[in-house]
Write a protein that binds this ligand. Structure first.
Ligand code: CMX
Ligand code: CO
Length: 145
């Protein structure tokens, strides 16, 4: 069951400058940074609410590490902006299967590794009224919290 917004993914050209914008404008601090080579991103997670039970919401700021990555291609076409939304679930495998059975293309056969040890998959934007949609089970949720 999808129970919350886990994060909103925002494509940017300069991660450090974008982090600084969110800090200076709203006071949001960086909670976590990492490079995910499989996804082709350098990213910063800004935690918007304060729960530690795996139910927090984030902004995920994404800078491409290569031009032919999903975010690199998207930036070249659209410029900076909202790239995807991510719903949180305790069971990404089950929810991906449920969505697939409704005829929506799920991009991965098995969930892959996302931010902070989460497990993620994506739904094709053309099957979701133009919205690239991610399903996420956080590491905490996977551990049963
Ligand atoms: N939102 C909405 N539409 C999108 C989109 C997005 N983020 N990305 C691509 N599209 C649209 C394009 O506009 C294009 O539409 P038209 O044919 O009407 O022009 C169509 O989808 C195909 O786009 P494309 O540029 O040819 O790109 P690809 O088909 O090669 O890739 C996608 C699209 C969704 C399969 C790819 O972006 C993908 O695999 N995404 C999942 C992985 C990802 O986004 N990783 C980065 C984030 C990592 C994280 O969150 O942790
Ligand atoms: Co994401």
């Amino acid at each position: 069951m999808l129970t919350r917004i886990d994060h909103i993914g925002i494509a940017c050209r300069d991660l450090d400058a974008t982090v600084e914008f969110y800090r200076a404008t709203y006071g949001f601090e960086v909670f976590h940074t990492e490079v995910n080579e499989e996804q082709g991103v350098r990213e910063a997670m800004l935690r918007i609410n304060r729960t530690d039970d795996g139910g927090a919401s984030y902004l995920q700021l994404l800078e491409p590490t290569r031009e032919d990555s999903a975010v690199g291609k998207w930036l070249a076409k659209n410029g900076e902006g909202v790239h995807h939304i991510a719903f949180g679930t305790a069971d990404v495998d089950g929810d991906a299967e449920a969505v697939r059975s409704k005829g929506v293309r799920v991009l991965y056969d098995e969930p892959r590794t996302g931010s902070m040890g989460s497990r993620i998959t994506f739904l094709h934007p053309k099957d979701c009224h133009g919205v690239l949609t991610e399903l996420v089970t956080s590491a905490e949720a996977a551990a049963g919290h």
